[in-house]
Write a protein of this length. Structure first.
Length: 254
């Protein structure tokens, strides 16, 4: 389900910089509220119209396959139809990062999507926050198991499918993440570099998995998720990156 968020800030359609479709994490088992509405409000505050994609999850052990991928594609197509002249960026956290990155590398897969729809479903950019990427050695196995049986997991090792048509990417992770290891982000960044895809990468030295905005608002002390001013800098860096990629300017220059 794609939810259009009505933010506190009221802008006319033509005043929005673009659209951010947010995919919260949750190991493909649930959707983290800390990675949904607070993030949507933050992007709205920077002039980006927010949407939240509540993609299908495996609550009873269902094998999801490409269902979340196809739902992300449909979300991009719907938002683009609604706002045809504005960028459509997909932002994902953890397993939601896998959803976003899956569309970023598989939007032009003829086996899944018809040629005539591929241009409409390609995101203009990706924001990947401590994403699940690989089904290999460094996999978050809980997430991958929700998608596919082991013998067919290679399609979900997204680092192997980056090509020159993969959209620009902003990535961040913490080096001490033990749930989804930093190698996931590093492998994807290496593939982007090899294919010449523009990207910005930030690796912070400390912090557990699932920090979201890393602000007081989204603290979760029982899971050692505390506000961290250094890690929270990712959001400012991300919005500056958006301006650079889509408007060739930074906040300092405007």
């Amino acid at each position: 389900m794609l939810e259009e968020i009505i933010p506190d800030i009221c802008l006319a359609e033509e005043q929005w910089k673009g659209n951010i479709i947010i995919c919260p994490g949750g190991a493909y088992k649930w959707h983290s509220p800390r990675e949904a509405l607070p993030v949507a409000k933050a992007f709205a505050g920077q002039g980006w119209k927010p949407w939240i994609l509540y993609y299908s999850v495996s609550e009873q052990g269902e094998v999801l396959g490409t269902i979340p991928l196809c739902q992300a594609a449909a979300a991009v197509e719907r938002v683009r139809k609604n706002c045809p002249d504005k960028p459509v960026v997909v932002c994902g956290f953890s397993a939601g990062g896998h959803v976003a990155a899956s569309l970023g590398v598989h939007w032009n897969d003829d086996a899944v999507f018809a040629k005539k729809e591929q241009a409409r479903i390609r995101p203009d950019g990706l924001i990947l926050c401590y994403p699940v990427i690989t089904a290999g050695q460094y996999a978050n196995q809980e997430s991958i198991n929700a998608l596919v049986k082991l013998e067919k997991a290679s399609y979900f090792s997204l680092e192997n499918y980056v090509d020159r048509q993969t959209p620009p990417v902003f990535l961040w992770h913490t080096a001490s993440d033990s749930a989804v290891t930093v190698q996931n982000t590093l492998m994807f960044a290496n593939s982007l570099a090899a294919k010449g895809v523009p990207f910005e990468l930030h690796i912070y030295p400390y912090g557990v998995h699932g920090l979201s905005l890393a602000t007081k608002e989204v603290e979760e002390p029982e899971k050692e998720r505390y506000a961290d001013a250094h890690v929270a800098g990712w959001f400012r860096q991300c919005t500056e990156w958006l301006d650079i990629i889509f408007y060739k300017s930074t906040q300092a220059e405007t």
